[in-house]
Ligand binder design. Structure first.
Ligand code: DC
Length: 217
């Protein structure tokens, strides 16, 4: 009786996608799939095992021997929970680099599509509405100004006790926007049929409410 539906959320780094998607998933009682975490997990594995992103043979061999899964909100890489290990500025940059490698995208997109066929999900990333779930019932493009996004990330890092200047956080955001929007394969862009939501000046609850209104369930 309960038909399956998919909610695709795309947008640039720091627009609040994962916070919003998590809250919406809870409100709707559906699963949340954080595709950025999957690119981060691959980046983490590459750096911890010393695989050079330019060595495509080594990358392919590594991918064949890699398992990624979500269970109860935790991300598992080869059976190990890596939630915290992948949330560092270094891993943000590694994820951005490795997300440009075709073999990495191919493997992760395949996994993501499979995750979106079995049950209702909300999935966030950069290419969900344009590539992974092109027939998603609901597509939302979340944005905010680069300064606002840097301010949010800066406060988050401060809370975690990580030392980084606001300028370097802003520079990271700009660099990642550039990487994500200009890469050859499935760059970040708003799908033609996505609804754009600018979250500058809005708090989390306000954005969650707007998304729930769009989904209307
Ligand atoms: O959302 P995030 O910051 O955790 O994503 C990490 C990196 O992964 C980001 O720089 C872009 C990349 N990414 C991607 O290319 N495609 C996705 N669907 C999700 C993330």
């Amino acid at each position: 009786m309960n038909e399956i539906y998919r909610v695709a959320i795309d947008g640039p780094s720091g627009a609040g996608k994962s916070t919003i998607a998590k809250a919406v998933a809870k409100a709707l009682g559906i699963d949340y799939i954080d595709t950025g975490a999957m690119y981060r997990a691959i980046g983490y594995k590459m750096s911890s095992t010393g695989v050079d992103p330019e060595d495509l043979e080594a990358v392919s061999a590594m991918l064949e021997d890699t398992e990624i899964d979500f269970q109860a909100g935790d991300i598992y890489l080869d059976g190990e929970i890596v939630n915290n290990k992948i949330r560092t500025p270094e891993m943000s940059m590694m994820a951005s680099v490795c997300s440009q490698i075709p073999a990495v995208r191919q493997k992760l997109v395949q996994l993501q599509r499979a995750m979106g066929t079995r049950k209702s999900v909300i999935m966030d990333g950069r290419d969900i509405g344009t590539n992974v779930l092109t027939d998603a019932e609901y597509k939302i493009y979340l944005t905010a100004s680069a300064e606002e996004r840097a301010r949010r990330r800066f406060l988050e890092l401060q809370e975690k006790g990580e030392e980084q200047s606001f300028e370097s956080v802003l520079e990271d955001i700009r660099q990642r926007d550039h990487n994500d929007m200009t890469r050859e394969l499935n760059p970040l862009r708003k799908a033609d049929d996505a609804i754009e939501l600018d979250t500058t000046g809005l708090d989390i609850d306000q954005v969650v409410q707007k998304v729930l209104e769009i989904v209307g369930r």
